[in-house]
Design a protein. Structure first.
Length: 501
């Protein structure tokens, strides 16, 4: 569906300032929304919100539908009477500019466990009723997730396919026994999800009241070591004996990597999903709309055809394209949920068939200005080639370097082409030049990583694809959000006709 002429900022909640070492859903999140409102921004784009595993990637979560407990605000738990002042006495000093995930877990998990104990001992009737209603309404994913996490904790974090065979294969007696044995731990994980959902719902309402819509990210694939795969193994291509992914997801060699990207996620058994009338996918989209206003589908092309790599391969080179039933899937979703507010991440190797699927359902695609200046006049990302307004234009994404960092490392050709296109780099910096190009384009929506608004270099980069560690750590400092910056954004969007009506 086409969106109005508008703009927004890309920022994951982990990047907020916080005295707990990681951004959360507390006061700085509300302050950021105020900044968006003051700057006449209408969108806040985030990355997936799920609980992350090794490498801390929000694209490799233990659940497609659960929230990351590390995003829960202890200050909000304090306001709710679940923590007291003394609980915060021994907080360590955290890095100001990045997340040390190990240090954060060591400090934050005890606070969350204390809050859970206090809830069990001192909850009000209203709190208990809200908790029970949440557990009932989300049972279709929450029951599997909470038991999965309790089992994972009890096995020292081992992957589900290395658990006791009867548990791994979900034999009913073994599952019932595990539920009884791990009753306290299951309650704890349900409590965390209740708190996350409550805090996120309050924050989303505040954003919507400020005329800010949240753009959420739905990765096409889920992690192999997840409640989704353990709870629904029939939906995935798995080895029947070991439970390992028999076909792994990824992409062939591209702009980002000469050997492609081997993600390791199991690909879907689309024939099985189709037999179920895509129930799992319909529920996933429906659940996402409990969290966000607009859904960005990551790796959209995988719904038309997907790159599948056999088990045992160490790179994505030796894969093959397999056709997917995206048309049937989105028709089913449309019939059951109506026309969805969806953006399609259509970067990389895009075929006419992928474009046809995107356009049939009027999903806006993506344009990235950092890709625009490496070729000739036919480059589809050059602003004058962005002739379709039903798209979203970015300076860069979470997978790109910051614009300042990109320009510093750009080829001579890219620098020459950009300088020639602009006339010269302005005194304000190349980041404002690309922001201005995006805002002045015909694209209905323009979105910028906050790092580009702040003019930061490569040290503020969020992710380097194919690197397993050191990503997803960047944070900004509280003083970065100031009236001068929001006034500047407001002036830009007003000049380019993107201010709210």
């Amino acid at each position: 569906m086409p969106f109005p002429r508008s703009s927004g900022i890309l920022l994951h909640p982990t990047s907020f300032p916080s005295r707990f070492g990681i951004g959360d859903l507390g006061n700085e999140a509300y302050r950021f929304i105020d900044f968006l409102k003051d700057g006449s921004q209408q969108y806040w784009q985030i990355l997936p919100l799920g609980p992350t595993g090794f490498g801390n990637s929000p694209y490799m979560c233990y659940s497609a539908l659960a929230g990351n407990p590390l995003l829960i605000s202890p200050d909000k738990l304090h306001e709710a009477g679940l923590l007291n002042d003394d609980d915060f006495n021994n907080l360590p000093e955290f890095p100001l500019d990045k997340v040390d995930y190990q240090q954060v877990e060591s400090a934050k998990i005890p606070l969350l466990k204390t809050a859970c104990s206090n809830f069990k001992a001192n909850h009000t009737k209203e709190q208990l009723k809200a908790f029970e209603e949440f557990c009932y309404s989300k049972a279709y994913w929450l029951d599997d997730y909470s038991l999965f996490m309790a089992l994972k904790d009890s096995t020292g974090g081992a992957s589900w396919n290395s658990w006791d065979k009867d548990i791994a294969k979900r034999k009913p007696r073994a599952i019932e026994k595990a539920k009884k044995d791990l009753e306290k731990e299951v309650f704890y994980h349900k409590f965390l999800q209740f708190q996350f959902y409550s805090q996120w719902s309050d924050l989303r309402k505040y954003a919507n009241d400020c005329n800010v819509q949240i753009v959420g990210d739905i990765p096409i694939y889920v992690a192999h070591d997840s409640a989704d795969v353990w709870g629904n193994p029939e939906n995935f291509c798995l080895d029947k004996d070991t439970g390992a992914a028999s076909l792994m997801a990824g992409v062939p060699p591209d702009y980002f990597s000469a050997t492609g990207q081997l993600w390791g996620n199991p690909v879907y058994d689309w024939k099985q999903l189709e037999k179920q009338k895509f129930k799992w996918w319909v529920q996933r989209f429906e659940a996402m709309l409990d969290y966000v206003d607009i859904i960005r589908i990551d790796h959209f092309r995988g719904f038309e055809s997907y790159w599948a790599v056999p088990l045992g391969e160490e790179t994505a080179v030796n894969g093959k394209w397999i056709e997917a039933p995206g048309d049937k899937l989105f028709e089913t979703i449309k019939k059951q949920l109506g026309t969805l507010p969806v953006l399609a991440e259509d970067l990389g190797t895009i075929t006419p068939e992928v474009e046809a699927l995107r356009d049939k359902f009027e999903f806006p695609g993506m344009k990235v200005l950092q890709f625009a200046f490496g070729g000739d006049a036919s480059n589809p990302y050059l602003p004058f080639n962005v002739q379709e307004n039903n798209c979203v234009i970015y300076t860069g994404t979470h997978d790109n370097d910051t614009t300042v960092g990109w320009y510093e490392q750009a080829s001579d050709t890219e620098k020459y082409n950009l300088n020639f296109y602009l006339g010269s780099i302005s005194p304000d910096g190349v980041h404002w030049d690309l922001i201005r190009l995006a805002l002045g384009s015909v694209a209905n929506v323009a979105i910028f990583p906050l790092q580009d608004i702040l003019g930061l270099g490569s040290n503020a980069r969020m992710n380097i694809p194919s690197f397993g560690e050191g990503n997803w750590e960047w944070r900004y400092r509280p003083e970065a959000m100031n009236p001068e910056l929001s006034d500047r954004m407001k002036h830009f969007v007003q000049f380019f006709g993107r201010a709210p009506n």
